[in-house]
Design a protein around this ligand. Structure first.
Ligand code: FES
Length: 356
């Protein structure tokens, strides 16, 4: 039960500076301050970003635009970046990465959340998250920028990759960007053309914007180099699964800003047995060479810090102390002791020792 209104929580965020200074000097503990603030409102924290759901809007058969208002602890967020969204299920804290499709004054943001088949987290968010709920988010990350010095801009999105590019597009048009823009959105089925009504309205309002949808479910719509015709001299941005981004990069032969989701390559379903040593936790155990070290650490009851679980956010980075690991996205092997590795996309090649 909240003692304070949410609007006051947000207004008071900057007034917590003296408390932050005391925590930084270790005169107060952040967890204790947060417990006190959280008792007054579930979204009030010293530094952590909590956000209240203020709207839900289905923008395709499988993609929900979720509007949230943050508690004032968000720092310089911009559309096109992504944030970690934390959710606790059955006592386990989960985290997923979602793109910021909109960032407005007053801490209002919008995320695009796509339903994943068998996705426990996305299904929970899409089916059970009600307006008024409070969630925790990480600080925004991401390096995609709207290109300024180009004859035009080509945006290539596959599936939910549209969410990262839409935020940039909305802002560029609102700022009055007048050079030609072509957006190609590759989706499996017609019902997955997310934000279609909005994009059609934008095309009617902005003569410099062209949007085309390509249906890959019929095979013919998959990315081909000729789709880039008419975009010579354009700056290109691509966002989607790793295979899609690689295909665009191979075809455009030019500097490409991109963000890829990485389906992980497994050596086999079961894998071969290996020995795992989690040095900092003083724990050893049996593992396999198929699953990521993050999954295997969790299976041994450890809770390493992590975020996206896709190799993007770097929050699971730790040191390899012995043995070798294989990057599940690229297949590249790392065997240098002391080398940083990302647990969520690294599988052991044989026996390994890591600083977890
Ligand atoms: S959890 Fe984000 S890179 Fe591993």
């Amino acid at each position: 039960m909240a003692v304070l209104p949410f609007s006051l929580v947000r207004a008071l965020a900057s007034g917590l500076r003296p408390l932050r200074a005391l925590v930084a000097r270790r005169w107060l503990r952040e967890a204790e301050v947060d417990a006190l603030l959280g008792g007054l409102h579930p979204a009030w924290r010293l530094n952590r970003v909590m956000a209240r759901v203020i709207g839900r809007d289905w923008v395709s058969d499988d993609l929900l635009a979720l509007r949230l208002r943050c508690n004032g602890n968000e720092r310089d967020w911009r559309a096109g970046q992504h944030v970690q969204l934390y959710l606790e299920l059955d006592g386990v804290r989960h985290c997923r990465s979602y793109s910021l499709t909109r960032v407005e004054r007053g801490g209002v943001i919008e995320l695009g959340i796509r339903r994943q088949p068998d996705g426990v987290i996305s299904n929970r968010l899409l089916d059970h998250l009600a307006v008024g709920s409070v969630l925790e988010l990480g600080q925004a990350q991401g390096e995609l920028y709207w290109p300024q010095q180009a004859e035009g801009v080509g945006l290539l999105a596959a599936g939910s990759g549209i969410t990262a590019l839409l935020g940039l597009l909305r802002e560029a048009l609102a700022r009055g960007y007048a050079a030609p823009i072509t957006l190609l959105h590759y989706v499996r089925e017609a019902g997955q053309r997310a934000y279609m009504a909005e994009l059609q309205a934008l095309m009617r309002r902005h003569a410099n914007l062209q949007v085309r949808w390509l249906l890959t479910g019929q095979g013919a719509g998959r990315f081909q180099a000729e789709h880039l015709q008419g975009m010579s001299g354009f700056a290109l941005l691509a966002c989607g699964p790793a295979g899609f981004v690689e295909a665009v990069r191979a075809s455009c032969g030019a500097a490409l800003q991109s963000e890829a989701f990485s389906p992980l390559r497994r050596v086999s379903d079961a894998g071969q047995p290996v020995r795992l040593e989690f040095a900092r936790s003083r724990l050893q155990g049996a593992g396999d060479n198929a699953r990521s070290l993050l999954e295997q650490a969790e299976a041994h009851g450890l809770r390493p810090a992590h975020g996206c679980r896709q190799g993007i956010c770097a929050s699971c980075t730790c040191l390899l102390l012995g043995g070798a690991v294989r990057d599940l996205r690229s297949g590249i092997v790392s065997a240098e002791p002391g080398q940083p590795i990302r647990l969520c996309v690294s599988a052991p090649l044989g026996d390994v020792r890591i600083d977890v």
